[in-house]
Design a protein around this ligand. Structure first.
Ligand code: GLN
Length: 504
């Protein structure tokens, strides 16, 4: 099989070929490394590439398979990991200058699980600094480009992971979603992204943005691939005190469902309509019609407090982030800058380090967060935001009494152009109106491509389920994907223009 054919296979297909010994993991891994060498100069999905380590891991899987060892289903299928997840012995920067060249002394739990299951790690993907952003333009290491149109953003903060998968540089990737950073990049790149229930995938080894919202999850090209990867990385971890006891099982079976008989699908009134691009809305409605065709019962639900979700999020997130980022002080790890004028005191080193190491968006949020937490304003801002959070959770509870899953467009628009929203933080924040409520309530969500908008770019379809019911995402997503594939005569990603293959 040619390298070009290999990189276009889904993870499930690659797993099948590997199990049948039709290809080796070294061949599959090398094919992706070659693709990275050919296109990543243009896309810039990766911050660090692990050529030797990935090939060694692949050779190890091949040897164990040859020896007849029983292997995990995805053994030998390579993967990319967002660079906010720590990898032992490999640089991890969180997209920030403050961690430039920082080499973590340990692996995140999910990385340990990937290694144990035999997935070679191709490299670490680009992101907005500390996962703050919706376009990857806030990375300290340059932008990632959307493979559909290199003048457009790949979403954020996990634009690197989504672009790597959309550009066939990796069949799978890991993202993190604090307010939409797995789902929104998936939406604008025509890929699939899942944010598990809060606590469903261990946070141990994720460089924290907002601890009560952060959740790692799968990025892939098919719903089944997300389900397979979710089963690998999910499950209880004693190293994370908020880790759930739920076993991460049943997702793959759910993704193989054939119909939606008896499934109640709720359209969230507040996540649509005004502010949503016409073509995104149309694509959403066409997908809802397909769900109905598959036997689902469609109802409309109202979640009135969602109107305040963005405001509450931009108090809670900066508050938690300002506390989490306090550890980057030039004393413990990463960058250390000594002031060139005046005395070198601890306080002045911290100020110089943070001044030089953090970008504008990070500074903006630290200032917002410390302000919201300051003595005189705590109740008015942080306290009110927490109350709104409770109201949003109640809205979800009421909606899930009427429907098994909720649906909406994932993002209000398709991929925008570089620079379009960079100077207007509010415009940037509005990209996440539809994804943020799930993080505030801890419920799981999945985005899959629903078709093309009028501008020829992919639109995302979001499915939300109650906490612990992640399997429902895969059931509904799996059926919808099959119907959409029939409608489009193949995967929606196949509509993307061929990337100019250029040397790095
Ligand atoms: N775009 C959102 C933000 O800037 C979401 C970030 C995320 O999920 N990490 O906060």
């Amino acid at each position: 099989m040619s390298a070009d054919e290999l990189i276009r296979k889904s993870a499930a297909e690659l797993a099948g070929l590997l199990a049948a010994k039709e290809v080796s993991s070294v061949e599959v891994t090398q094919a992706h490394l070659d693709r990275m060498a050919a296109v990543d100069g243009a896309v810039h999905a990766f911050l660090h590439v692990n050529t030797e380590e990935a090939l060694a891991a692949a050779a190890d899987v091949d040897a164990r398979r040859a020896a007849g060892e029983e292997l995990a289903e995805l053994a030998g299928v390579p993967i990319a990991v967002k660079d906010i997840i720590v990898t032992k012995g490999q640089v991890t920067t969180a997209g920030s200058k403050i961690l430039e060249n920082w080499v973590p002394p340990y692996d995140a739990t999910l990385v340990t699980k990937l290694r144990a299951a035999g997935l070679p790690i191709l490299g670490k993907t680009n992101l907005d600094e500390f996962a703050m952003g919706s376009s990857t333009e806030h990375s300290a290491y340059g932008v990632t480009r959307n493979p559909w149109d290199l003048d457009r953003i790949p979403g954020g903060s996990g634009g690197g992971s989504a672009a790597a998968v959309a550009a066939f540089e990796a069949p799978l990737a890991i993202g993190t979603d604090t307010g939409g950073s797995i789902r929104q990049p998936a939406a604008v790149t025509g890929t699939v992204g899942t944010k598990p229930t809060y606590g469903g995938v261990s946070r141990y080894g994720l460089i924290a943005l907002a601890s009560s919202l952060d959740q790692a999850g799968p990025v892939s090209r098919t719903v089944l691939d997300s389900a397979m990867l979710h089963e690998v990385i999910g499950g209880h971890d004693p190293l994370d005190s908020t880790s759930l006891q739920d076993p991460a099982t049943g997702y793959v079976a759910a993704a193989r469902s054939r119909d939606l008989k008896g499934v109640r699908v709720g359209i969230v009134k507040e996540l649509g309509g005004e502010g949503y691009q016409e073509g995104v809305r149309r694509s959403f409605e066409e997908s809802v019609a397909l769900l109905q065709q598959a036997g689902a019962e469609v109802v409309e639900v109202s979640c009135p407090s969602f109107e305040y979700a963005l405001a509450a999020y931009y108090l809670i997130l900066p508050a938690e982030a300002s506390s989490n980022l306090a550890k980057f002080d030039g004393m413990r790890f990463g960058l250390r800058v000594e002031p060139t004028d005046g005395p070198v005191t601890a306080e002045r080193v911290m100020a110089a380090t943070r001044g030089a190491g953090f970008g504008d968006e990070v500074k903006r949020r630290i200032i917002l967060g410390t302000y919201a937490l300051s003595a005189g304003y705590y109740d008015a801002y942080y306290g009110s935001a927490q109350k709104v959070r409770t109201l949003i959770q109640r809205d979800f509870a009421a909606a899930f009494a009427q429907a098994d899953v909720l649906v909406s467009p994932t993002a209000p628009t398709t991929a925008f152009r570089f620079g379009e929203k960079l100077d207007d933080p509010m415009a940037m924040y509005l990209n996440d109106v539809a994804t943020i409520p799930a993080n505030l309530a801890g419920v799981p969500g999945l985005s899959l491509p629903s078709g093309l908008s009028d501008d020829g770019l992919p639109a995302g379809f979001q499915i939300l389920a109650p906490a612990h019911e992640d399997a429902r995402l895969y059931r509904v997503g799996g059926v919808l994907e099959r119907l959409l594939t029939e409608k489009w005569g193949g995967p929606i990603l196949a509509q993307a223009p061929e990337l100019e293959v250029a040397a790095r």
